[in-house]
Design a protein around this ligand. Structure first.
Ligand code: A3P
Length: 280
């Protein structure tokens, strides 16, 4: 383990926030027993994680699954989180987990295509703007000097979550080994009902049209902003996870040169994956 600064440490070539995960926990995941009914949500930070958590939990609850906990972060906890993990091995099924990890850290059992994984991406320009704001309100992260400075660190991969490009590449290259559904933040903004229906099908949850509509309703930006069980408001001393919830806020921050640089990096680093990004 290498300590990078007061906020970040590196382990196995991946950067974590100090206080969030630990090398011992990351190592212990290699012997974490998977159940066929396990569901994992994997994302690079600020890609719509808490939004997708709300969708998955609402679908499962509509289908009759019961969770003993009040809040989404307890119902669908972080796989790598240091706190409150004692009951992970004994939770009733289906167990729902959230993670920002790369595939190499995942419990090996997921390779047998036993568990289900949903991987959500967001276009990197909006993701970095969201992360820039989040770094200003989250105690665990260093307050950025400026957007320009933050973008530089982000593109170098010197932030919690390491390189956005690596995360996307690594998850997309395990698509044939894992039972995985790829979705994007922009898909969900464009047509939330279709995204909810895709997730229902993937999870094997047969909801009525009316129940799908209810899940959509519970997962709108407006409703989540007012729902303390879903919006993590209580985990922040100031600010809000629910900031703007839009595509194209990057246009308010990027210079033309910065935008072109990201376009070039996309081509160089993950151009071969043929992913399509929605920018507005
Ligand atoms: P912005 O900062 O651009 O507003 P994560 O959960 O991975 O940390 O991602 C947080 C981002 O998802 C924030 O983006 C937040 O506003 C957005 N988000 C959360 N819930 C949403 C919803 N129901 N609809 C649209 N965006 C949502």
């Amino acid at each position: 383990m290498e300590t990078i600064n007061d906020y970040l440490f590196k382990y196995k070539n991946y950067i974590f926030s100090i206080g969030f995960a630990s090398p011992e926990i990351l190592d212990s995941l290699q012997s974490f027993e998977i159940r066929e009914s396990d569901v994992f949500l994997a994302t690079y930070p600020k890609s719509g994680t808490i939004w997708t958590q709300q969708i998955i939990i609402s679908i499962c609850e509509s289908a009759g699954d019961l969770f003993e906990y009040q809040n989404n972060h307890e119902k669908m906890p972080w796989l790598e989180h240091r706190e409150n993990r004692e009951d992970y091995p004994v939770r009733p099924s289906p167990r729902l987990f959230t993670t920002h990890l790369r595939p190499a850290f995942m419990p090996p059992g997921v390779k047998d295509k036993k568990a289900k994984i949903i991987y959500v991406t967001r276009n990197p320009k909006d993701a970095v703007v969201s992360a820039f704001h989040f770094s200003q309100i989250c105690d665990r992260l260093e307050t950025p000097k400026s957007f320009e400075h933050y973008l530089e660190n982000y593109l170098e991969g010197n932030v919690s979550g390491s390189s956005w490009f690596d995360h996307i590449r690594r998850w997309h290259s395990v698509g044939d080994q894992y039972n995985i559904l790829f979705l994007s933040y922009e898909d969900m903004i464009g047509d939330l009902k279709t995204a909810v229906t895709k997730i229902c099908t993937f999870l094997g949850k047969n909801l009525s049209e009316e129940d799908v509509e209810k899940v959509v309703e519970k997962s709108t930006f407006k409703n989540m902003k007012e729902d303390p069980k879903a919006n993590y408001k209580n985990s922040l001393k100031k600010g809000d996870f629910m900031r703007k919830g839009q595509i194209s806020d990057w246009k308010n921050y990027f210079t033309v040169a910065q935008s072109e640089r990201v376009d070039r990096l996309l081509q160089e680093r993950i151009g071969d994956l043929s992913l399509k990004f929605v920018w507005e």
